[in-house]
Ligand binder design. Structure first.
Ligand SMILES: Nc1nc2c(ncn2[C@@H]2O[C@H](COP(=O)(O)OP(=O)(O)OP(=O)(O)O)[C@@H](O)[C@H]2O)c(=O)[nH]1
Length: 448
């Protein structure tokens, strides 16, 4: 996992808070100290840590939680917000505004540049773009074949010539060729032979002049921790169109230091490298990153699931509200059960929502494909009125429905029973938490 040690320490600090019977000043200070320690261990710069934790402490001690929110919840939210701000607040994706968009990547030797170029190519390809790669690494003869090998399985073309010694010429030729071929994104991999910033920036300027890229991406090795600051700063000062990929955040003890150091320079981090495989590249989104880091659940992931699902089932916000309030018809229940089956166990989904650890009885949500099919057949034999208001279904209606659908009265009763249980369960949930949960399901501006 990405920065799992840091995440674990931060999560432990928040758990201390969550477990305490009451929240007083001493506890706040203790939790803040734990957060400090966790960040320092991840090589975050001392001054940055102190600034950040001072803000958290001040807000935690001074701010009063709004009605309906406990002090603990409020402090967790403060920690989440301040950490998110600390890491740049908003995601800043690479935008493909023009076709072709030309991207130039630079990086110090061994930073993970070539691997990142392949990952980026795959990323854009997965998003529907036709990608061409240019290897202008004239320093390391193996670079061209390394790149080719990485992207070959995906049919991504690589331009290069291991015999050519002029990197600028290679870059220019490669870009020209791909422009003629009509690709959407051209990524140029530079030499990466430099051990320090100066040479790197010189090379970047030369190639930039020749190919006029839309964006230059500096690849920084996340394992160098706060040393990333100087690299990112020199880069930022050299180019106004620069963005950054921080690599090797999987298993790096110093990743927190690298990320925060880069953010401190004002250079935008656009992607993070989270493994050696081609798909191990993630767009960097501070909100999503921090909520995962703190173990608050992956809200964004949840939303995406809902979005995907709503495309197929027209699963609307009102549906969710109805569902959560226990006000739903049999038709709604069927749609929800179907949706749940597609999303995985509801239990799992609820876990993705911060602060909710509801334990839902199995019988409420367990519904097999076969059972669902049977439910559908039964429901097809019901009247509109019965579907809207199943309470009116008495024994004689049950018998008629069973006959009409070719099922047994037991089957019909089972369906009605499932409906009752579900309704009862959701009605019985804590109203405050329920309202909070409904709010969390708000697809639009979702803030914790
Ligand atoms: N664990 C992990 N390893 C990575 C990541 N990104 C790159 N690597 C590894 O880092 C090593 C160096 O990567 P390269 O892509 O060859 O680095 P480079 O900067 O192009 O290297 P030179 O061309 O020699 O300057 C390789 O073993 C990669 O597999 C990452 O996000 N996580």
């Amino acid at each position: 996992m990405v920065l799992d040690k840091l995440g674990q320490s931060l999560n432990n600090a928040l758990r201390k808070l969550a477990r305490a019977s009451s929240v007083d000043e001493a506890l706040v200070r203790e939790v803040v100290r734990d957060i400090q320690r966790a960040l320092l261990t991840s090589d975050v710069n001392v001054r940055l840590v102190l600034d950040l934790t001072k803000k958290i402490e001040k807000r935690a001690l001074e701010e009063r939680p709004p009605a309906g929110v406990s002090k603990k919840e409020h402090i967790i939210k403060i920690v989440y917000e301040e950490l998110t701000n600390f890491l740049g607040k908003e995601a800043k994706p690479i935008e493909i505004k023009e076709k072709p968009t030309v991207l130039l990547t630079v990086g110090i030797q061994g930073s993970g540049k070539t691997t990142s170029v392949a990952k980026l190519a795959r990323y854009f390809q997965k998003h529907g773009y036709k990608v061409g790669l240019v290897c202008s690494d004239t320093w390391r003869p193996g670079a061209y074949s390394q790149l080719k090998q990485l992207v070959e399985p995906y049919g991504i073309e690589v331009f290069g010539n291991p015999e050519e010694k002029d990197a600028v010429k290679l870059a220019r030729e490669g870009v020209e060729q791909f422009k003629k071929k009509g690709v959407d994104v051209i990524i140029v991999d530079s030499a990466g032979r430099h051990k320090e910033e100066k040479g790197l920036i010189e090379e970047m300027k030369q190639i930039s002049e020749a190919i006029n890229p839309h964006e230059v991406i500096l690849v920084i090795d996340g394992t160098i921790g706060q040393q990333a600051y100087n690299q990112a700063l020199a880069f930022k000062e050299a180019t106004p169109i620069g963005s950054i990929i921080v690599t090797k955040l999987d298993g790096s003890a110093k990743g927190g230091g690298a990320l925060s150091a880069v953010v401190a320079t004002g250079a935008p981090i656009k992607f993070i490298g989270v493994g050696e495989k081609i798909d191990d590249l993630e767009p960097f989104d501070p909100k999503r990153f921090v909520s995962r880091l703190l173990g608050l659940g992956d809200i964004q992931g949840l939303l995406e699931k809902f979005e995907e699902l709503s495309k197929e089932t027209e699963f609307t916000e009102e549906d969710v509200e109805k569902f959560l309030k226990g006000k739903f018809s049999l038709k709604d229940m069927y749609a929800q059960l179907e949706a749940m089956r597609k999303m995985g166990p509801l239990q799992q989904i609820l876990k993705m929502i911060p602060g909710l650890g509801y334990s839902i009885p199995d019988e409420v949500i367990k519904v097999s494909e076969e059972r669902l099919k049977k439910f559908k057949v039964i429901m097809d034999s019901m009247t509109e009125e019965e579907l809207e208001n199943p309470e009116i279904i008495n024994y004689s209606r049950i018998k008629r429905i069973a006959r009409g659908s070719g099922t047994s009265t037991k089957d019909v009763k089972e369906l009605l029973n499932q409906y009752k249980q579900m309704k009862k369960f959701f009605k019985g949930m804590d109203k405050r938490k329920l309202a909070k949960m409904a709010r969390k399901f708000n697809f639009g501006g979702l803030g914790i």
